[in-house]
Structures are given as C-alpha cells and as structure tokens.
Design a protein around this ligand. Structure first.
Ligand SMILES: Nc1ncnc2c1ncn2[C@@H]1O[C@H](COP(=O)(O)OP(=O)(O)OP(=O)(O)O)[C@@H](O)[C@H]1O
Length: 578
C-alpha cells in the first residue's frame, strides 16, 4: 500500500479531480429517482405543467451531471491507472538494470517478465476498477438510504437492512476467496518459466525427441493453473447468482412493503419506483464492488512482488570517483589500463573461489590473451572487469582506480565488450551499430564493418538498413560474432574485451580480423579470451588459467617451454588438425 501511495503521489491533482468528477456523477445519479417520483406524485397527479417543466429541467441537469461525470470519470480514472502502472513498470525495469547478476538471479528471468508485464497489468486493472466501482459504494449506499428514508422512513430502514445483509455476505465471500487469488499469481510465474524454457529450447527438445516429455511437463503446469482458475470461476459464478438472487429478493421486499405503505396511504405510488431504483443502484454497485474486491488480494500480491524488486539493495554499489580524478599506476606501470592485483572471486552460492589470486595487467598497445579449459574462469574475468560482480579479495584497477570506487557507467564507458554469446537487437544493422555510439556517422559504421570483416552486410540490397531479427537469428553464428565486434568497435574505448568472439570464424577470417584489429586498437589495451591457440598465438602476453588459478604467464614461445598446461592445450589442437 505504501508503494501504491508513493506512485500515486505525483498524481495528487489528477486523483482529486477524478474523485470530484465521480462525486458529481453519483450525486446526479441519486437525484434522478427522487425527482422522477416528485414529478409523478406532485406534477402529474395535480396536472401542474409548470412544475413538470421545471422539474424536467432539473432532471435534465442531474442526468447531464451523471452521464458527463461517468464519461469524464472513466477517462480520468483510466488515465490515472495507466500512468501509475507505467511508472511502476519503468521503476521495476530501471531497478532490474541496476541489479548485479547475482541479485537478478534471485528472481530469474521468467519471474521478472511476469512481474513487469502481468503483475503490473493486474495492478492497473485493480486501480481502475477500484476507482470506478468500489470507491462510490460507501457514498452511494449511505446517500441512497438517506434519500429513501426521506421518501419514507420505513422504506429507508428496509433498504438499510437489505444492504447490511448483502455487505455481510460480500465480506464473507471475499475473505474465503483471497488465498485462491494469491496462489494464481504463483502459477502464472511457473507457467512463464516453463514456457520460456520450452520456446527457447524448442530445437533441442526436438533433436532429443523429448516432445512428449515436455508436453507432459507443460500439461502439469497448465493443469495446476487451470484447476485454480476454475476454482476462481466457480467463485464468480456463485457470487454472481447469489447477488442477483439477493437483488431480486430485495426488489420483491421493496414492492411488497411499498405496496402496503401505499395501501395504508403512508406513501405515494411513484415513490415505490424511486426506492426500487435506489435499491437496484446500491445493490448493483455492491455486487460489482464485491467482484473487484475479490481480485484485490491478487493485486496486493502483485504489488508486493513489484515491491520486492524495488526494495532490493543492489549488491554492487557505485563509487563516486571518476577516471579523470588523476590516479594513475606507478611510473613503471604507466601503460597499464587494467590491473588484477591478487584478486580472488567467489560466486555467492559457491563453496570455493572461482578465481584465485590473479595478478596481471592489460597494457595499452598490447594484446593480452586468456586461455584455459572450459569452466576455468575465463569469462568470469571479463565480467569482473565490467563490474557485473565485485572482487571478493584483492582488487581490479582501471586506469589506476579501484573498480569499487567507480560507477558502473564510468567503467563501462571506457570498455568495449564483445560477449561470448553475440546478441543483436531487433532493428537494423545500423541501429545495432549505433548501440555502440549514438552519434556514429555512416562512414564510421562502414569503417567498423570493414575492420570486423562484416562487408557481407554491404552486399545486401538494403546495406546498413538490412533488418536484424531479435537476437540476430537471421544471421549465421559467425556473422553475428562479426557484427557484435563491429558494434564494439564503434566505441572508442581504453580496453577492448573479446570473450571467445572469434570461435565461430573460419581461420582465414579470424586471421584477417585480428590483423585489422591491430591498427584499430593500437592506442588501447586488448583482452582476448579464446579456446583456439591460433587466435592468440601472437598476443603480447598469454594468461593460462586452470581451475581459476594462473598456471602460466608469458608469450606463446615462452609458455611452450615453461607451461605444461599450455603445451598440452597447444599440442592437442595441433593434433586436432591445425
Ligand atoms: N552465476 C554463477 N553462479 C555460480 N557459479 C558460476 C556462475 N557462472 C559461472 N559459474 C562457475 O564459474 C566457473 C567459471 O565459469 P566461466 O564461465 O568463467 O568459465 P569459462 O572458462 O569462461 O568457460 P567456457 O570456456 O566454457 O566459456 C564455472 O565452474 C561455472 O560453473
């Protein structure tokens, strides 16, 4: 609730105007039955045309208030709900970008998608329906009973008793329904996770003939959701029918008691229809409010889930220093761009260090390579440099400043990164390249494409405007890698990181690309993570990792003589046909 208040606060004015408009609508609606009764009881029975015309005008004004108020109220409340939902959605998204990888993993991608889309839609609907259908109920009920009481105190009392009975029944139903709605959101989360896995991994499922197995798994998840949704529908059906039954009973009671009162000359005939209208109006709103209130626990659960994301304290806190603060490595290390200083790192959920006591420097104008068997921690080195995680022991410095003292934006502004899995965004080649530099000219883009050996784009009829599907799936693995490299080259960085970015390239393209890169990155440090020895053969220094520890550091020829692990990797690849 606190969260909702926080997001409603900027719209205080809109909230006030919306409530005022709804009040005008409700007052108009309540006045019409009494005016109609007066017109019949006084105007028509006495034949007073002036009275009928005057009262008709008042009725017209009241009806205009009611109908105008309804239209405007619907518009304003829809606008308010949409704005608040949009703000919550943006806040959740912004927070998800702030979170460190380990923070994000606490929720998982599937749950984050449900929280950002489905949950916030539920909140939006709840805000809208609460304003339109729940908030008017107390006013309509109290004012309607008072109006009926003024027409005839006995009828007012009768209406009060009926409304009280219906309200007690509503409270009872809502209390029983709340847990079912709370569970529903959890099932949606689960469906999202399993569906995502199945859609993304569809080809693997087919390749392993696991369609039946996955169908059963999905069926289980869908059935759980369906069983719960059916319970919800039973509830609504029960509620609907009992509400209409109570409404009809109330109408009969009003006609019965009203008829007797007219027979006893205690009330005039048209007053029965006025009281009947108040009864129907109040009971209809109570019925609708009941339906909405039933869904509020679900909306509260959704709000709570959004709050869980918004309240999480990112485990990576931005520092305040900038790289222009003047700190530099000592004179003899002046060319060091990134320095690992006895750095160790352990994942939160791991029992031992993934990287242990790493010490090496990536120097300006030089290429540093990292090799090692799979799982030895190569990609983790890149992620630490980008501050997706913080070192557990020791430190990493960028241009002489400890990464923990810098903001993530500052760090990433000085690093160009090509991830292991080359991911492209839906759009065009140009829009993907501009991701690296918003102000890039066409000449900049063509240059980056040439360096990255991606001129195949220019052979396409649309050139730079060639469409790119989500993830870049309309390109081959090697083409995607080269476009991701071109995107990184759009940025003028101090450090270029290529995480296994040449693995899908043939040897000729790999060699041509590395040759072109040399000129391009002459003034920067380059870090290449690779599995293939041929890719890093000419690196100025090669770091050999084994189980997260450095077991060799030197050039290719030095390591061939001194490092057994390196020699074993190199020899296995030579035998493999290189
Ligand atoms: N988010 C994580 N939580 C826990 N452990 C992780 C996580 N990510 C990676 N690891 C572990 O850290 C180790 C190093 O992973 P990393 O991806 O750095 O290896 P790599 O040398 O790049 O492997 P590859 O060559 O296969 O890409 C692995 O044992 C892996 O299981």
């Amino acid at each position: 609730m606190r969260l909702l208040m926080r997001f409603l606060k900027p719209y205080r004015g809109l909230v006030a105007v919306t409530l005022l408009v709804l009040l005008v609508d409700n007052v108009g609606t309540l006045l019409v039955p009494t005016m109609l009764a007066n017109m019949v009881n006084t105007g028509i029975t006495t034949g007073d045309v002036d009275y009928i015309l005057r009262n008709g005008l008042y009725m017209f004004i009241a009806t205009s208030m009611a109908s105008g108020g309804t239209v405007l109220g619907c518009y304003l409340s829809a606008r308010l709900a949409a704005n608040v939902a949009c703000d919550i959605r943006n806040a959740v998204y912004d927070k998800s970008l702030e979170l460190a990888a380990s923070d994000f993993e606490r929720f998982g991608t599937g749950s984050m998608i449900t929280r950002s889309l489905n949950d916030i839609n539920v909140i939006q609907q709840a805000i809208l329906q609460t304003i339109q259908l729940v908030l008017p109920v107390p006013f309509l009920a109290v004012a309607g009973i008072i109006f009926a009481w003024f027409i005839d105190p006995a009828m007012g009392t009768l209406l009060g008793v009926v409304v009280a009975i219906v309200l007690v029944a509503a409270v009872f139903t809502v209390a029983n329904a709340a847990p079912i709605f709370m569970r529903l959101q959890g099932f949606i989360d689960r469906m999202n996770v399993v569906l995502r896995e199945n859609i993304v991994g569809a080809r693997v499922i087919r390749a392993f003939n696991k369609e039946r197995h996955e169908e059963r798994r999905l069926d289980e998840v869908f059935s759980d959701y369906a069983a719960n949704a059916i319970k919800v529908n039973h509830l609504f059906v029960g509620l609907d029918s009992s509400s209409f039954f109570l409404m009809n009973i109330a109408e009969v009671a009003v006609l019965w008691v009203g008829g007797n009162r007219v027979g006893a000359h205690a009330m005039q005939i048209a007053s029965i229809s006025a009281v009947l209208e108040y009864a129907i109006l109040i009971l209809f709103f109570v019925m609708m409010a009941q339906m909405v209130v039933l869904t509020l626990p679900r909306a509260a659960a959704c709000l709570n889930r959004a709050q869980q994301v918004l309240e999480i304290e990112p485990s990576i806190v931005d520092g305040e220093r900038t790289l222009d603060d003047g700190a530099r490595e000592p004179q003899d290390e002046a060319d060091a761009v990134a320095v690992f200083d006895h750095m160790s790192f352990r994942f939160d959920d791991a029992d031992e260090d993934t990287l242990c006591d790493l010490s090496f420097a990536c120097r300006r104008g030089q290429t540093t390579a990292i090799v090692g068997s799979t799982g030895s921690g190569k990609s983790t080195v890149a992620k630490l440099l980008l501050r997706f995680h913080d070192a557990t022991k020791g430190s990493i410095r960028l241009n002489g400043v400890d990464l923990r003292e810098l903001s993530q934006g500052e760090i990433r502004g000085h690093i160009a990164y090509v991830p292991q899995k080359a991911w492209l965004f839906s759009g065009t080649v140009a829009s993907n390249l501009r991701f690296g530099n918003e102000d890039a000219t066409e000449a900049d883009m063509l240059h980056a494409l040439r360096v990255a050996q991606s001129t195949f784009v220019l052979d396409q009829p649309q050139g730079l405007d060639t469409p790119v599907a989500q993830g870049g799936t309309n390109f081959s693995g090697g083409q995607r890698q080269r476009l991701a490299i071109a995107r990184a080259l759009m940025k003028h960085a101090d450090l270029y990181i290529f995480d296994d970015s040449f693995s899908a390239l043939d040897f000729k393209t790999d060699a041509a690309l590395r040759h072109a890169l040399q000129d391009e990155t002459r003034d920067a440090a380059v870090l290449i993570i690779a599995q293939r020895i041929s890719t890093i053969l000419h690196a100025d220094q090669i770091v050999v990792l084994k189980d997260g520890e450095i077991v060799g550091l030197g050039t290719h020829s030095e390591l061939m003589e001194t490092c057994e692990v390196y020699r074993a990797i190199a020899e296995s690849q030579m035998k493999g046909g290189e």
